[in-house]
Design a protein around this ligand. Structure first.
Ligand SMILES: NC(=O)C1=CN([C@@H]2O[C@H](COP(=O)(O)OP(=O)(O)OC[C@H]3O[C@@H](n4cnc5c(N)ncnc54)[C@H](OP(=O)(O)O)[C@@H]3O)[C@@H](O)[C@H]2O)C=CC1
Ligand SMILES: CC(=O)C(=O)O
Ligand SMILES: [Mg+2]
Length: 768
């Protein structure tokens, strides 16, 4: 009978209560299903359902492989449990397992964009489980078995793998084994031990523990060095109770009967059993620099603080997200399925699992990405005892594991749809990780290997330091960082970054730079007649890093500048106006923003600079913005947006847009532009044609030009928030040299994007 151990609760006060609230509000559960196609009218209905739907049905009946093209099957996974081994809660039954299975579904979606139905089945007998799951093959591209207890899970998986033509993966076995193997590999590297020599003791001899041991053995661990224990104590040769053929592989000829008897000299404790079963004092008996993997959920076999108090030299892992070293199968299952589904793998084989182990282990030894660092809190982890494996939030996981798995599938001959275009595939994964990926591609292509130098006013900022490393790796520019050398050095070390001043980037030290006098002189020459006296100029060049950056650009020492991570926009734009100024033929500097939304990119101008532009200003903004949009490889479709729709009002703002339209049409006759029009008419050709059948704008506008700063900036922020869009910008338009002012909330990815934009601009200016 399903039952639950009432003593197993979360160890964090109030967490149970918070978790109940989280699951109940604002609506019950953690998931819903959303359509991916519009279903707004009779025609959509005829396509989505009868009669149109018959067409894909007929095609699939002729060729079943077409299900991958006409249905969501190829991206759909079933997370299936019978609730017999739910976390460490035991056999609590299928219904009570549903929150965990919904949780797994959310993780699949969040980390790898895989859709999941969680399926809890009321079945305990192997035959019944196998029949039910096998019958689901037409629906799914893969099966993730979850929390089914040993030994039944072994036979269930074995039989399903033999029967089904899609991947069947028991996550508690193989997902856990892969992440455990990666952590073991890295821990042994740090401890200077070989897998062939280490002594391993387990608590637990169930699904997870046995699968971990099997994988560790295939990686070199020796059977004679392994001892298993479970609820009945040591798994020894001759034991009759609770023995099965999978466990008996590890049965030992020994007189020892308890965990306490066998832990002496162990290098690895592998806990996949139940909370609190490892008494801290037992750790004293372990070998030097032991690896303690207390992986039972939600309560580990030993709490890390208790373990640490006894063994300061131990490397400690748990399955939980609230301690360092979260060894949990979430770091594996979304990504291994991503790779398997993307190449139409018919199974997940040993080669694919080893590829995943290698990818995870290697990733931990690289520098931590900004997103992963955030997932860990304020301290940036560096490969070491407290950072053996990456955080589940590390965006590089999908970029490394999925392709490695897909390649291994192809190589081992199980990929039914091998990846045809690897660049396109990596783009797709990148787009998922950084939604800016694809749209930024032409900009990155233009800027790569151009040799341009970009100066950063906020050189000491963590985001700039991280961005500088990426910019160098991607060969986008030679960074010049304004900052104190000692601070730069300390921060680079703290964030675990590899780049070094002088070797990888240049430094301008605001406190002591040999060019200081020249900078002051040049600065005074620019601003001496703008109310700045020589004394003030000296102070500014010591303290205002944006002013220093502008001088560096105007002296030709840098090809562009990035500033704005601290301080007010108005101060930065003043410095840029005063020193760099507007380009020849441009009357006023302006700005444009890019929002990357789920339905595509949208540009907004002037979103940051000109408060109340005149008709000629608006015409200039529209032209400069259109040129900038083309740099992204996008043909601009410009709408001058207003409260007035094609002459429906004669207010001052409406009139100035009409005037601006006439100016732009004359200057850029080939540009698709129209106005003034409502915001909805800009986005919907249907609506627009009803009022203006011969509009010179076709389709959906991608560049909205506004009559005032208020209108543009308010719309930008509302759309950004409502659509959860990614903001790239503001992109300054019409400056004499590339110069961009970031917002204080920009991420290091934002710094990289804006730098690439500055470099691309510098490259195109040179080409004329
Ligand atoms: N961090 C991670 O990624 C993962 C963690 N886990 C955790 O591992 C644990 C086991 O899961 P799983 O293998 O799927 O379940 P199984 O039911 O298949 O195996 C449980 C094993 O633990 C043993 N066990 C239970 N209670 C005790 C105890 N008090 N002392 C010693 N041994 C005990 C059982 O022994 P017996 O058969 O004698 O009852 C059995 O060998 C769970 O806590 C689960 O949350 C699982 C998968 C992934
Ligand atoms: C993490 C997991 O799958 C478990 O604890 O069962
Ligand atoms: Mg599980």
């Amino acid at each position: 009978m399903p039952g639950i151990d009432e003593t197993v609760t979360n160890t964090v006060p109030d967490l149970d209560e918070q978790a109940l609230f989280y699951h109940r509000h604002p609506q019950p559960g953690k998931l819903e299903i959303r359509p991916t196609k519009t279903l707004g009218n009779q025609r959509d209905l005829a396509l989505a359902y009868s009669p149109g739907v018959a067409a894909p049905c007929r095609e699939i009946a002729k060729d079943p492989a077409l299900a991958a093209e006409y249905t969501s099957r190829a991206n759909l996974v079933a997370v299936i449990s019978n609730g017999t081994a739910v976390l460490g809660l035991g056999n609590i039954g299928p219904l009570a397992s549903k929150p965990v299975m919904e949780g797994k579904a959310v993780l699949f979606k969040k980390f790898a964009d895989i859709d999941v139905f969680d399926i809890e089945i009321d079945a305990q007998e192997i035959d019944r489980i196998v029949d039910v799951v096998a019958a689901l093959e037409p629906t799914f591209g893969g099966i993730n078995l979850e929390d089914i207890k040993a030994p039944e899970c072994f036979e269930v998986e074995e039989r399903l793998r033999a029967r089904m033509g899609i991947p069947v993966f028991h996550d508690d076995q193989h997902g856990t084994a892969i992440i455990v193997a990666a952590a073991v590999r890295n821990a042994l590297l740090l401890a200077g031990k070989n897998i062939e020599d280490v002594k391993i003791v387990t608590s637990g001899a169930g699904a997870a523990a046995l699968a971990c041991l099997n994988l560790l053995v295939s990686l070199g661990a020796r059977l004679e060095n392994i001892t298993c224990t479970d609820k009945d104590g040591v798994v020894y040769l001759g034991r009759n109770d609770h023995m099965d053929r999978w466990m008996s592989v590890y049965a030992k000829e020994t007189e020892a009967r308890t965990l306490a008897d066998v832990i002496e000299g162990a290098d690895i404790f592998l806990g996949l059993s139940a909370g609190g079963v490892l008494k801290p004092e037992l750790l004293e008996k372990m070998a030097e620099r032991p690896l303690v993997m207390a992986l039972a959920n939600p309560t580990p076999e030993v709490m890390p603080d208790l373990a640490r108090a006894v063994r300061a030299d131990a490397m400690i892992c748990t399955g939980r997200s609230d301690f360092p070293n979260q060894v949990n199968n979430v770091i594996c299952f979304p990504f291994i399925f991503r790779g398997a589904l993307d190449c139409g793998a018919t199974t997940i084989n040993e080669e694919m699992k080893i590829a995943a182990v290698d990818a995870i282990a290697e990733l931990s030894r690289e520098e931590v990405s900004e997103v992963a660092a955030k997932a860990y809190g304020s301290e940036t982890p560096v490969f070491g005892p407290d950072y053996l494996i990456p955080s589940p939030f590390d965006p590089r996981l999908i970029l490394k594991i999925a392709p490695a798995v897909a390649r291994a599938a192809e190589k081992s001959g199980v990929a039914a749809r091998p990846i045809a275009d690897w660049d396109a595939y990596m783009d797709k994964l990148n787009r998922f990780v950084f939604r800016s990926g694809l749209i930024m591609k032409p900009i990155f292509a233009l800027s790569r290997r151009s040799g341009k130098r970009i100066i950063f006013a906020d050189g000491e900022d963590e985001r700039v330091l991280r961005a500088a490393q990426v910019l160098l790796e991607e060969k986008i520019c030679w960074p010049i960082l304004i900052g104190r050398p000692s601070v730069l050095q300390t921060r680079l070390e703290r964030f675990g970054l590899r780049i070094r001043p002088g070797k990888d980037f240049e430094v301008v030290n605001p406190e002591d730079d040999p060019r200081y006098r020249d900078y002051v002189e040049d600065y005074f020459a620019k601003v001496g007649r703008l109310g700045v006296n020589p004394d003030t100029a000296r102070t500014i060049i010591r303290t205002n890093t944006t002013a220093i950056a502008t001088i560096s650009v105007s002296r030709g020492e840098a090809d562009g500048l990035i500033c704005g991570l601290a301080g007010r926009f108005s101060r930065h734009i003043r410095d840029i106006r005063q020193v760099i100024g507007a380009a020849d033929g441009v009357s006023r500097i302006s700005a444009m923003s890019l929002l990357i939304t789920q339905s595509g990119p949208m540009f907004f101008a002037d979103s940051y600079v000109q408060e109340d532009p005149s008709a000629t200003d608006i015409a200039e903004i529209a032209q400069l913005a259109a040129i900038e949009v083309r740099r992204f490889g996008i043909e601009p479709k410009v709408a001058l947006v207003s409260h007035s729709n094609f002459g429906s009002a004669d207010t001052e703002d409406a009139c100035k847009l009409r005037e601006a339209l006439a100016i732009v049409r004359k200057a850029m006759p080939n540009l698709e532009i129209d106005g003034e029009m409502h915001g909805d008419a800009a986005l919907s050709e249907d609506l627009r044609r009803r009022v203006m059948p011969h509009s010179t704008l076709s389709g959906t506008a991608n560049l909205l030009v506004f009559p005032t700063l208020d209108a543009a900036n308010i719309t930008l922020n509302v759309v950004k928030t409502m659509t959860d869009a990614l903001h790239v910008g503001p992109i300054l338009l019409g400056t004499n040299s590339p110069a961009h002012i970031l917002t204080p909330s920009a991420t290091s990815r934002g710094v990289v994007n804006m730098t690439a934009i500055a470099v691309a601009e510098a490259v195109q200016r040179r080409r004329g």
